[in-house]
Design a protein around this ligand. Structure first.
Ligand code: CP3
Length: 352
C-alpha cells in the first residue's frame, strides 16, 4: 500500500516534483538530484571548507551548513536539497564522538566492544535532542530556500551505523562488525535497537524542523548475507518506516539486490537503487506502488557529454514513470562539473 501523506497547509513549494513522485502522483518529467550533491563537487564548497578548521565545524555551524546545502540548488538547479550533515552525528549523540580525518575519513577514538559499552550509550529522544545544530540548520535552510525545492533530511540505517560504531572507521570488510553478529547476536540487537530509537526520534525532529522528505542510507547493506540482512537490518529499517508517517521516506540499501522483495514490503515510498540493478527486474520484485530512485553509474559522469545525455535518457526510458532520477551512489568528489550539469539538464529537458 502506498503511504498516504497529508500535505501540511504551510508548505508553499514552487517545485514539488519529487514529493509528487514519492506520493505516486503523475508528473510531466522525473525530478533529479544527486546523492552527496552538498559538498564534494562544488568549488564554492571547497572554498568555504578551506577557510574552516574542518568538516565538523561546517556540520555544526547551522548558517554554514545551510549555505552548503543551498549551493547545489543555485549552481545545478536540481529538484531537491539535501541537508548538509553526516550519518555519524547519531553515534556522537549517543556518546561515541567521531573525528573526520583529512583525506582518510571518519575515525572513532572509542568503539563498541562489549555489553557495558552499549549500556553506557544514550538513546531515543534524549540522545536525539543533542543534535540541535542539525535542526537549526534545517530551519535556516528551509527559510532561505523560500520554497524553491523540497528539503531532504537523512540518517544512516541502523546496520550501517552499528558498523561504524564497532569498527571505528571505514573498512573494506567490516569484519569486526560482522563478527559481532556471529559471536554476540543479542548484543548486536541491543545496539541496533538503541540506534533505531535514536534515529526515529532524530528523524521526527528533522521533520518538525522543516524536512519535507527523508532518506535512510544503508551504505553497507551489501556486505551481509541475505539471512543476516533479514534478521539484523530489515526489522530496524521497518521500525523507522513505520514510525515516519508525515513525510515520504526513501530507503537506499546499497548492493542489497538480494533483499529487494523484503525492501518492497516496507512502508516506504521510494526505494533507492545502486547502478547494478535493472529497473524492470526491480519492479517485478518490489511491486507496483513504490517510486524508484537512481541509478546512473556515478562514473558515467566522467564520459563525454553526448554519452552522458544518451545514457541518461535511456535510463529514464527503462524506468518508466514513478522515477526519481539520481546516481546509483553518491557523486564522486572529482566529477567534472560540466558532466554533472549535462546529466541534470538532460533530465530537466525530458518529457514523458
Ligand atoms: O548528500 C549530501 O550531499 C549531504 C551530505 C552528506 C554527507 N555525508 C557529507 C559529507 C551525506 C548524505 C552523507 C552520508 C554519509 N556519510 C554516508 C552514507 C552515504 C554514502 O555515501 O554511502 C556515509 C557512509 C558517511 C560516512 C562518511 N562521511 C565517510 C565515509 C566520509 C569520508 C569520505 C567521504 O567524503 O564520503 C564522510 C565525510 C563527509 N561527509 C564529507 C561530506 C561532504 C567529506 C568531508 C570533507 O569535506 O572533507
Amino acid at each position: 500500500m502506498q503511504k498516504v501523506i497529508v500535505e501540511s497547509p504551510q508548505t508553499k513549494l514552487q517545485n514539488d516534483l519529487i514529493l509528487r513522485v514519492a506520493r505516486g502522483e503523475e508528473v510531466e518529467r522525473p525530478p533529479v538530484w544527486l546523492m552527496r550533491q552538498a559538498g564534494r563537487i562544488l568549488p564554492q564548497y571547497r572554498a568555504l571548507r578551506g577557510k574552516l578548521s574542518g568538516f565538523k565545524e561546517l556540520v555544526e555551524t547551522p548558517e554554514l551548513a545551510a549555505e552548503v546545502t543551498i549551493q547545489p540548488i543555485d549552481e545545478l538547479d536540481v529538484d531537491a536539497a539535501i541537508i548538509f550533515s553526516d550519518i555519524l552525528v547519531i553515534p556522537e549523540a549517543m556518546g561515541l564522538t567521531y573525528e573526520m580525518i583529512e583525506k582518510k575519513g571518519p575515525f572513532f577514538p572509542e568503539t563498541i566492544k562489549q555489553g557495558a559499552d552499549v549500556d553506557k550509550l544514550a538513546s531515543g529522544e534524549h540522545a536525539a535532542a543533542q543534535l540541535q545544530y542539525v535542526f537549526d540548520a534545517l530551519a535556516i535552510t528551509k527559510r532561505e530556500l523560500g520554497g524553491r525545492v523540497p528539503l531532504i533530511g537523512f540518517a544512516g540505517a541502523p546496520w550501517t551505523i552499528l558498523s561504524y560504531m564497532v569498527e571505528g572507521q571505514g573498512s573494506k570488510t567490516f569484519s569486526k562488525a560482522r563478527k559481532l553478529l556471529y559471536q554476540n547476536p543479542q548484543l548486536a540487537h541491543q545496539l541496533l535497537q538503541k540506534i533505531t530509537d535514536t534515529t526515529i526520534a532524530y528523524l521526527k525532529l528533522k521533520v518538525a524542523a522543516g524536512a519535507d522528505m527523508l532518506q535512510v542510507f544503508d551504505s553497507w547493506a551489501g556486505i551481509l548475507p541475505k539471512a543476516q540482512y533479514s534478521a539484523f537490518a530489515i526489522p530496524y529499517i521497518r521500525q523507522i518506516c513505520d514510525a515516519i508517517q508525515d513525510v515520504p521516506i526513501t530507503v537506499f540499501a546499497k548492493d542489497a539486490w538480494f533483499a529487494l522483495e523484503e525492501l518492497g514490503q516496507l512502508d516506504c515510498n521510494t526505494i533507492g537503487l545502486d547502478w547494478h540493478l535493472d529497473p524492470q527486474d526491480v519492479r517485478q520484485k518490489v511491486g507496483a506502488d513504490k517510486a524508484l530512485q537512481g541509478n546512473l553509474d556515478p562514473c558515467l559522469l566522467y564520459a563525454d557529454e553526448q554519452e552522458i545525455a544518451t545514457s541518461t535518457e535511456e535510463m529514464i526510458q527503462r524506468f518508466g514513470k514513478q522515477h526519481i532520477v539520481n546516481l546509483g551512489h553518491g557523486v564522486y568528489p572529482d566529477t567534472p562539473l560540466p558532466g554533472v550539469k549535462c546529466f541534470v539538464n538532460t533530465v530537466k529537458a525530458f518529457r514523458y
